[in-house]
Ligand binder design. Structure first.
Ligand SMILES: Cc1cc2nc3c(=O)[nH]c(=O)nc-3n(C[C@H](O)[C@H](O)[C@H](O)COP(=O)(O)OP(=O)(O)OC[C@H]3O[C@@H](n4cnc5c(N)ncnc54)[C@H](O)[C@@H]3O)c2cc1C
Length: 446
């Protein structure tokens, strides 16, 4: 019997990652993740002359959700040195946000400049592939070693102290790099909080979202052209965003309870999206002549926080430390802001040699207070008995502070009045998710 000829022995895969891939094997800082949070923290630390490496797993700029900015990003763009690039960009200028009730009635737009007539009251709606790349290019120009196509595989510890990262470019190919501080900025992947078992899902915001880009459709003109529009569906079981982007493109997404959007519904995100759109005539009318420009995408369980934001030799930045909810477009702002605050704490620690949890996490109480303020407004939005009109009728003196929150001024102003008013009337109506429901829902794949 003839035996089947043996295939020639496979040569071991060519190593794609070697010490020569990197400028060094020891860094002051290694940042995992090249979104806005990672780019901000890396840039501000490199500005102080520290040896900074940023690794980003995607080798090319790619589609990402999170396109509407808050005006308070202005001050961080200024520190990063990208304000002029933002001003010269083709991104739509956003002056306001407007809400539509479940019967299609439009609120008066909340114009940011009505409260503070400064150029920082205008912000942008961005294409994330371009925006993230711009921030990475800027980081590189300011001294950060940016390595695309490199994946964080592990954070290295000696005892409870982070001492570096294991990184790779292809399967089975890795290298260990040392750092004095490791910053996790891996977004919703939340690498380190996941590894250390620190993630806590927000039980009151167990949501899913379906979204895509569309071309054409009705577009407001003038000062309203770049506005974010938020539409409740009839019955208020879900809501849509509409975010105008360059080239007559608009980002449309629906958000709702996992129990409503997924349980007992079609497994086809496109079908669920269309069913929800049928419950939102005000938006459907605007999209009548629009064409969908990409396949429908889906995500779920995006609201969580890490119970610890820093440790000995490590810090979490942006979504890697938590995310509230998309409704007020807080994500990119909070990623940039936590990156800024973390950078200041890390530079102070590098200066004194104190890289303990206490030192690196010295910004967290203030940072979390701002997150808590925004969370109050998010909880109010999902309270079925809450409406902005009724709230402002009862608390007319809160209008200015409400605009401040929509601007993202949670670190610039105390906002005591509106926080007390929200605590008084929105929070008590909230019910935590029923015990046991989450496990059943978690088993349903999107
Ligand atoms: C449905 C929805 C709608 C949203 N809409 C808005 C909005 O309109 N406006 C807004 O401001 N925010 C919005 N957000 C939130 C926003 O997308 C995020 O908060 C923001 O992108 C966080 O920035 P980041 O830098 O922390 O993380 P990201 O932008 O997610 O960046 C993390 C980076 O880490 C990289 N990475 C992950 N794992 C690894 C690894 N192992 N190794 C190396 N790299 C890795 C990823 O490729 C990614 O580039 C929305 C979120 C959701 C869920």
């Amino acid at each position: 019997m003839n035996s089947v000829p043996k295939p020639p022995p496979k040569s071991p895969p060519k190593s794609l990652i070697t010490p020569a891939t990197f400028a060094a094997t020891e860094y002051d800082i290694i940042v995992g993740g090249g979104g806005p949070g990672g780019a901000a923290v890396a840039t501000l630390i490199a500005q102080q002359g520290y040896r900074t490496l940023l690794i980003e797993r995607s080798s090319e700029p790619a589609f990402k959700i999170g396109e509407s900015l808050m005006p308070a990003t202005y001050w961080i763009f200024d520190r990063l040195g990208v304000l002029d690039q933002m001003k010269a960009s083709h991104f739509a200028k956003k002056y306001s946000v407007q809400f539509f009730s479940s019967d299609g009635k439009a609120s008066t737009p909340f114009y940011f400049r009505d409260h503070d007539d400064h150029e920082s009251s205008q912000t942008w709606q961005v294409l994330r592939s371009e925006f993230d790349q711009m921030l990475l290019d800027n980081a590189e120009a300011q001294g950060v070693e940016v390595q695309r196509g490199v994946t964080l595989k592990d954070v290295l510890f000696e005892g409870d102290r982070a001492v570096g990262a294991r990184v790779s470019r292809s399967v089975g190919d890795s290298i260990d790099l040392a750092s004095r501080v490791f910053v996790d900025a891996t977004g919703q992947r939340a690498f380190l909080a996941g590894k250390l078992g620190l993630l806590e899902i927000e039980p009151r915001l167990k949501h899913a979202s379906f979204f895509a880009h569309f071309k054409g459709g009705f577009r407001d003109q003038g000062v309203d052209e770049g506005a974010t529009l938020i539409f409740h569906t009839d019955g208020r079981k879900s809501w849509f965003w509409s975010i105008p982007l360059p080239d007559d493109t608009v980002s449309i997404g629906v958000v709702g309870d996992i129990g409503h959007l997924i349980l007992g519904r079609s497994r086809d995100p496109q079908k669920v999206f269309e069913e929800e759109l049928a419950h939102c005539p005000a938006l459907a009318a605007r999209l009548e002549d629009a064409e969908q420009a990409m396949p429908m995408r889906a995500t779920r369980d995006f609201s969580y926080r890490s119970s610890q934001g820093a440790g000995n030799g490590w810090v979490l930045v942006g979504d890697a430390g938590g995310f509230i909810d998309p409704v007020y477009s807080t994500g990119v702002f909070l990623a940039l802001k936590s990156g800024e605050m973390a950078a200041d704490a890390i530079c102070a620690g590098l200066e004194t040699g104190d890289l303990s949890e206490q030192s690196l996490g010295s910004f967290l109480a203030r940072y979390r207070d701002g997150v808590d303020a925004m969370s109050q407004l998010v909880y109010a939005f999902y309270n079925p008995s809450f409406s902005f009109a009724r709230f402002l009728a009862r608390h007319p003196d809160c209008r200015g502070e409400l605009v401040d929150m929509l601007v993202g001024n949670v670190y610039r102003k105390p906002l005591a009045r509106i926080r007390a008013a929200l605590a008084e009337e929105a929070a008590p109506a909230l019910q935590p998710a029923k015990a046991g429901v989450s496990t059943a829902i978690d088993q349903i794949p999107l």
